[in-house]
Structure formats: C-alpha cells, structure tokens
Write a protein that binds this ligand. Sequence first.
Ligand code: AQP
Length: 332
Amino acid sequence: MDEKKIILSGIKPSGALTLGSYLGAIKNWVELSDTYNCYYMMADMHAITIRQDPAALRRTTLEQIAQYIACGLDPDKNVIFIQSQVPAHAELSWVLSCYTMFGELSRMTQFKDKSAKNADNINAGLFTYPALMAADILIYQADLVPVGDDQKQHVELTRDIAGRFNGIYGDVFKLPEPFIPKVGARIMSLQDPTSKMSKSEQDTGGCVCLMDKPEDIMRAFKRAVTDSDTRVRYDVKEKPGVSNLMQIYAVAAGKSVIETEKDFDCRGYGDFKQAVGEAVVELLRPVREEAARLLSDKAYLEKVYTEGAEKAAYTANKTLRKVYKKIGFVQK
Ligand code: AQP
C-alpha cells in the first residue's frame, strides 16, 4: 500500500506566472514531490471569477503547464492536470457549498479585496470560491496544502467545512493542514511593497514574470521602491521594500536573511539591487529556456495534461461517489 501523504495545490492561469508564484508556491512543490503524492493543477475554474479573455486563458493555461514542468515538476512523479478537465471538482463544490455558511464566506479577506478591485463584477463565483477550493483539496483527501500565507484562511475554512460534513456523516474527509514556506510566503510588489506581487497586476512595474528577459528583470529591480535610508536591514514594518528584496535575494541565492544582511552591510542599495537582479536572472534563466522549448512541443503538453486528468479523475471520483452515497443520492 502507498503510505505517502497527499498534497494538492494549484495556481490560477489568470496571467503570466510571477516570481511570487514561483517562490511562494512552485519552488516548494518541487521540493515536496519526492516525499508526497502530489496533485498540482491549473486552476482555470478559479480564474474565471475574474473576467478572462478566452484565447488568453487557453494560452496561459498551456504556458503554465510548460512552466510547472520547466520549474522541475516531473509529470511522472506528480499528477499535473487542468482543473476543468476533472468535473468532480465542480460536482463536489456544489455539495460543499450547501455545507458552507454565508457568514463564513463573507469573512474571507480575498473576497473583500477582489470585490473592491472588481466592483463592476462582484459575481457569485467570487463569493463561493472557497467552496470550490475546499472541493479541490478534499476530493483528493489531501494531508497538506502548500500555499502562500494569503491563502491560509481558505485552508482553515476547508477544515471547518470538512469537520462539519464529517460531524454529520462520519469520517468522509481528511482534515488538511496548510503548509506555508518560511521564506517567500509573501513576495511583495516591487513598486508597492505593501501589496502582494500579483500576476493580474503586470502593468504596474511591480511584477517580475518567469518568462521575462534578463534586461527586463534587471530594470525592474533597479526601479524597485526602497526608502530614504541606505542600510540593507530586515525590518518589514519600517523598510518593507528592502525587506522584500532581501527575502527575494535570500531564496534566489540560497542564503538566509541574516546572511544577506551581513553580506550587504555598508554596501548601499545600488549594489544590493544589482545583486538581487542578477540572482533572479540566474534563478529564472533555466526555467525560461526549458519552458520555451516545452511550449513548442504541443503534443507532449497534451499528453501530460490528458494523462494527469485521467489519474486525478480516478481518485476524485472515488471521493465523490462516497459523498453522494453518504448524502443520500441514488447510486447508479
Ligand atoms: N506574491 C506572492 N508571494 C507568495 N506566494 C504567492 N502566491 C501567489 N502570489 C504570491 C501563491 O501562489 C499560489 C497560487 O496563487 P494563485 O495564482 O492561484 O492566486 P493568487 O494568490 O490570487 O495569485 P495572484 O498572482 O495574486 O493572482 P491574481 O492576480 O489573478 O489574483 C498560492 O498558494 C499563493 O499563495
């Protein structure tokens, strides 16, 4: 019997993947893929809570698969799939939404943030998004969910929903734990270090994307907002810009924040920004080159997501059948 614990995570193909998506999510997924049974999806159903251009969504979804693999996720070791190709997610989501309270959903920070930013499209999907996320996780009986710290609240709600369901019907769902990286949990915008680096905000200059050219990456870091002091010192409250750059450098160069502080003591911001830019260029270079190569092999990508969806559906349908039986749906 396979004793490995199960992991589920995903990213919305709502724009080109950023350094935040990489450091906060994918890099950790790669490290986990030897020890766990991992399911990693393109969360296209979550992406449409914000209006997407259909051609761009299709393109970005395929690019994302290529980038997952280029970042080191081996399709033979991980189940890599597109969420909408496993209908059991949507089916379980409906069931779980009947066990999720209006008040719980109203308290979700992401709903408040996203509805403030998209005042002309506060749709029901944006509101019930956490029920779909709960279905994504619970349908694989995931033990761990690697997320950036902004998603912790949704994993906690998932546990509450699972606990409520189990309380009525017995032990149907495993209660998942969030898994938050110590460094890189929240990479901030280079232009506004008080808000998260987001792939849907690429025109602000605050974002670095995995496929950006080295010269664009260097320019983004040179222009990064810092402060009027000159010391490279970690202090998120007083020096959010510099602290963000230190986090990025630490993960990209494989050092600790304390080592980074020592390395750049008395060297000034110019030197430091140059070093952060160079570390990120070198970190992303192999990813960019491999993703470009994979993208030109559409047949291979199709094989990966088709096989991924088959494997995912096999596990997901088992949980769904159990749920349908428990709640009293007539079995086929
Ligand atoms: N800046 C970030 N720092 C650390 N982790 C991050 N994640 C995303 N941005 C950062 C983590 O990546 C996973 C996938 O997130 P997502 O893309 O599905 O949703 P998101 O968090 O809403 O990402 P964006 O880039 O902000 O997308 P848009 O702009 O479309 O809303 C999550 O684990 C997340 O924590």
